[in-house]
Design a protein around this ligand. Sequence first.
Ligand code: SF4
Length: 329
Amino acid sequence: MDLELLRTTLEAAGEPSYRYDQAWAWQARGAEDWEAMSDLPAPLREKLNEQVPFSTLTVENEAVSKDGTIKVLFTTADRRPVEAVLMSYRDGRRSICLSSQSGCPLTCSFCATGAMKFGRNLTSAEIIDQALHFRRLGDVNHCVFMGMGEPMMNLESVLEACALLPDLGITNRRTAISTVGWAPGIDELAAQSRPMRLALSLHAPNDALRSEIMAVNDRYSIEEVLAACDRHYEARRRMTFIEYVMLSGVNDRYEHAVELAALLDAKRYKINLIPYNPSGSPYEGSSRAAIDAFQKTLEAEGIGATVRLTRGQDIAAACGQLAANALAG
Ligand code: SF4
């Protein structure tokens, strides 16, 4: 919902300011429509229904995986594709993965979104509307900005959305902002006061390999990016998660694990190994045995590593896949 439009519409109608809080509280609790907001006078609900779209996004496609993962392809009012995902876990976590841009200007070679044309930055309303869609389906308690786009290139809108997420039940401590290493954004994140977690998609332990698979590395080298993450740690005292997608024969060898461990201070970084979701790219995911061996080597070298649970493999769950398939179709 465009909250600025809501505010100006209420002001123009001469409504008291608490009406805004009432309407937002209903939205944040998962109200289905204006009609559900029973403490707003009926004529006001009607007016809002006419003048303020309930969401800035339209659902185009919703895919539900066997494991319960729900992936949604939305479009904005100007028909830009946007994807978001809800993952539910046995321990009660209900985690949403949000997009910050439609398409992405960066071109990581393993990523379906990177292969699409870049559209534009999303507004904070378009970001929070992804979350509100899932809130209407039930409770949500974790959030990651790992969908389409590079959040640090649209940080202002991402932070505006983060300011609203606690009203939906997602604290800032349970929110992670993931970057491929847009160093100025990492510094900006460190300079603000909300306690979101930082996640760095590193995916390679040296500049030569990283530049091969992630063009952004030519702009900000591993050394520069890790220096920014260290500054973030100094400012916020929260560990950075290193995301490392496991690509068979590319970055998953023993020597890569040793090199990766040598880069990182175990007090500041934790590694999350990500099984690769095949997405029509030239890469294949590493085998389970290769991932386990990589994890063991990291741990033997003194740094903690977890392996991310794979979710939604049957519904094209990697970022950008649904939109890419829709565009291709
Ligand atoms: S991995 Fe992230 S930054 Fe890289 S192309 Fe995909 S969406 Fe963009």
